[in-house]
Write a protein that binds this ligand. Sequence first.
Ligand code: AMP
Length: 213
Amino acid sequence: MRLILLGPPGAGKGTQAKMLDEKFRRPQVSTGNILRKSIQNGTELGNRAKIFMNAGKLVPDDVVIGLIKERIVEEDCQAGFILDGFPRTIVQAERLTETLDEMCLSIDVVVDFEVESEELVSRLTGRSTCLDCGAMFHRTSCPPLKVGVCDSCKGELCQREDDKEDTIKKRLEVYEHETAPLKEYYRKQGNLKTVQGSGTVEEIFSRVCAMVS
Ligand code: AMP
């Protein structure tokens, strides 16, 4: 199973990727999580990426393509993976297709999450994220058991710098210009499936499972 989860920020890709990872035992590969870990560890890559991320911009293609190429050849990705937040530009999608071709592999399904933009903004502004495992919570729809503490790993919950209102607007614009064209790219490849991304997490998950299994 090789999947791509496509959709705007706040569409629920990360939550669904984690649930798919648990159910199908295929790793969630999130470029956002990899970059945030690098920032936390104070690496050169992290310091470079942080400037783009905090401004709501995309990290340059060569950086994220390099990260993905290294990640998908690891042992745990051999039976498949769930790409969450990659690709985000046509160049990234083309490089991914080439890389998989060289490995005689391909993407099975691209799941495109559709959510109204007002709902996206409300999800993102109320969201808190675990600094350690990347789990996400929401002030009203999915609060943690203890304020500020991750239910899964007891890590610290924070509002992401890029989940602040001005940055969210920028990220949604970037999505429309840079990432939305990928729908056409994958439609032409014949593996795009659109899922209605509103409803409960469980409802959305059962729709996604019906598409991918
Ligand atoms: P995410 O956690 O997927 O919402 O990503 C958070 C931020 O990380 C994005 O707003 C970008 O700045 C950066 N990022 C994550 N994935 C990519 C990607 N594939 N290409 C470029 N930038 C990315």
